[in-house]
Design a protein around this ligand. Structure first.
Ligand code: AMP
Ligand code: TRP
Length: 355
């Protein structure tokens, strides 16, 4: 019996400006994978409705993320690049997954707890069901690998739980239709319709921290702009933010172990390693024992060297919204055809009348 075909899927929400954390944790990884895998990269506009339902610039923001994908080096011929809402099968499968997943699973999600805050009763149902739509994004293509930053790990575990429960609950129907695929789960070989997707959380910058506080994640929603480097920051701004980044008074340690308990130093070294395409060990080998007064200018120079061309390319691409819209439209057609193949089988497995 055949195995699942290896396929990468990932998505970014069109909310706010992208920052260095998004670039190093997600976009740069997406680009690295395009040579070895078939990849589908999505701008998850439906997800962004869970943050604010009414956006004045949702279409603009959607184009901006697509432009960032392209500017980072994703090839729209090689990969499928599109926005989620164009392919209604995502929402259709999400509904089915809402009936597979348990409320208790959703209630345990740390992102939900953080975002809902104290007044959980008043959070939108969409915010609670968010991971179910995310599972649908991935599984409507039966994708096997998902590159994301560390913060998405729990959501991907939930996607595996949903896939597993669907496979179990419908095992007989899946077998009747002959839609089962064999896969390895730990030591065992099992048969199911949806793959148990592997997270790809790799490299030295899976969790880029705030430049103002090494214990907080770099985030779009931090009120301080000095806490993050935005993809659209110019060279002077990048250099200034790195110069002002919080550090401790010690020089960089001589070995990697010395970065423990030093969150700001660890973060800057991780950023350097990810930008240079090397490891934390290598950076410590070169800069161990040096003062931040030496390391920061080197980091600023590297960040400007790597980010300035992306920034320029993003501006160039954004100047032609027709081009970006064309990429998303064509990507949407290709994605839609694949998603419909899966949904036809899902409808049959469930027994929905669909002829
Ligand atoms: P979001 O902006 O929340 O839609 O995130 C888009 C992608 O960027 C996801 O794969 C996140 O895991 C990743 N990401 C967001 N913030 C960071 C961060 N501070 N460090 C590393 N990856 C991040
Ligand atoms: N939840 C992800 C984030 O906030 C975005 C996302 C939605 C996603 N659907 C996805 C990521 C599917 C990977 C795969 O970053």
């Amino acid at each position: 019996m055949s195995e699942f075909k290896q396929l990468v899927f990932s998505g970014v929400q069109p909310t706010g400006n992208l920052h260095l954390g998004n670039y190093l944790g997600a976009l740069q990884r997406f680009v690295a994978l395009q040579d070895t895998y078939e990849c589908i990269y999505c701008v998850v506009d439906l997800h962004s409705l869970t943050a604010t339902l009414v956006h004045d610039d949702l279409a603009e923001q959607t184009r901006a993320i697509a432009a960032a994908y392209l500017a980072s080096g994703l090839d729209p011929k090689k990969n499928i690049i599109f926005n989620q809402s164009r392919v209604p099968q995502h929402a259709e499968l999400a509904w089915i997954f809402n009936c597979v997943a348990r409320i208790g699973w959703m209630n345990r999600m740390t992102q939900f707890k953080d975002k809902a805050g104290k007044d959980r009763e008043n959070a939108s149902l969409g915010l609670l069901a968010y991971p179910s739509l995310m599972a649908a994004d991935i599984l409507v293509y039966r994708a096997t690998h998902v590159p994301v930053g560390e913060d998405q790990k729990q959501h991907l575990e939930l996607a595996r739980n949903i896939a597993q429960k669907f496979n179990n609950d419908f095992s007989e129907h899946i077998a009747t239709h002959g839609y089962g695929v064999e896969m390895e789960v730990g030591e065992e070989r099992v048969n199911g319709f949806f793959p148990l997707t592997e997270p790809l959380i790799e490299g030295p910058a899976t969790r880029v921290m705030s430049l103002r506080d090494g214990t907080k994640k770099m985030s779009k929603s931090d009120p301080s702009d000095l806490s993050r480097i935005n993809l659209m920051d110019d060279a002077d701004t990048i250099a200034r933010k790195i110069k002002k980044a919080k550090t401790d008074p010690e020089p960089l340690p001589g070995d990697v172990g010395g970065l423990e308990e030093r969150p700001e130093a660890h973060n800057l070294v991780g950023i350097y390693a990810a930008l240079a395409g090397t490891t934390v060990q290598e950076v410590i080998r070169d800069y161990g024992g040096r003062q931040f007064s030496e390391f920061k200018p080197a980091l600023a120079e590297l960040a400007v060297e790597k980010m300035a061309p992306i920034n320029a390319e993003m501006r160039r691409i954004s100047a032609d919204p027709g081009y970006v819209d064309g990429v998303l439209r064509e990507g949407g057609e290709r994605a839609g055809a694949k998603a419909e193949e899966t949904m036809k089988m899902v409808r049959e497995i469930i027994g929905l009348l669909d002829n």
